[in-house]
Design a protein around this ligand. Sequence first.
Ligand code: SER
Length: 332
Amino acid sequence: MKNILIIGATGQIGSELTMRLRNEYPEGDVVAGFIKGAEPKGILLESGPSHEVDITNPMQIAEAVDKYKIDTIYNLAALLSAVAEAKPQLAWKIGVGGLYNTLEVAREKKCAVFTPSSIGSFGPGTPADKTPQDTIQRPKTIYGVTKVTGEMLSDYYAHRFGVDTRSVRFPGLISYVAPPGGGTTDYAVDIYYSAVKGEEFKCPLKPGTFMDMMYMPDALRAAIEIMEADPTRLIHRNSFNIASMSFDPEIIAAKIKEHIPGFRMTYELDPLRQKIADSWPNSLDDSCAREEWDWHPEYGLEEMTKDMISHLREKFGIPAPSHQESEVAMAY
Ligand code: SER
């Protein structure tokens, strides 16, 4: 990878991945592709080139690829699961139409393409625990339908046209940088914000709702490592199960309480999100990713919780309680 275009560079993953790629590949151009109304700002704008790229407009993708001699495209444009249910036509247009546009440009101009898939590509008929790499994928959400279609279309372009397409199935991603929007796993981000601000958290999912989750630094590393992987070792391409932790609301709340003893969580269920979460796996088996490109996670729930709390405190200027205060709180 030398010159990279990130489509959706100002979104939840893109805003962090763009910066990470700029650090990893200082010799090349890492171009932040954005849409009108979501222009890059601050360090994202200042640290490298940006270009307007609406994924539904193939001309704009081709223009950016030509201008910066792009060899790798990170296609991060998507609507998350709950929002996609409210706008299924738009979800298809971006998720599948946009991917088709990207793959066609990649075919003509010989680019590699990364397009994330998701735990949402599975459905109620999928084995829920230790979900295998190759298994039933019959999702009930439009988000999942676009992801499975994307996996198949990406594999087709690899086998039929030799386009170097690769992908991972992301779990719910947790980060203190850019807030997610409209996902089913977002509660696991929101819960940290409430806890650090000293607010009660109203959990939209019921106890016992297990899903795979991942801390953003691991997810970014996965997105880079899969594109750097030795192609001769890859039996799979689109898309690899990756995993680092699986928990339900009770487990994450208990972990937060170990660090913020006064934290309180109540339940206010969101039927749409609950239905979506119930149709997704509890935990993925990521052994193929481990075997084919040495994937391994670095953050578990404890390491992530410590890091999230300390960064969110910094972000909101909330001082950490003194050692004595936290000892007293633990005693109660
Ligand atoms: N985080 C996504 C969502 O909840 C799943 O990949 O929609």
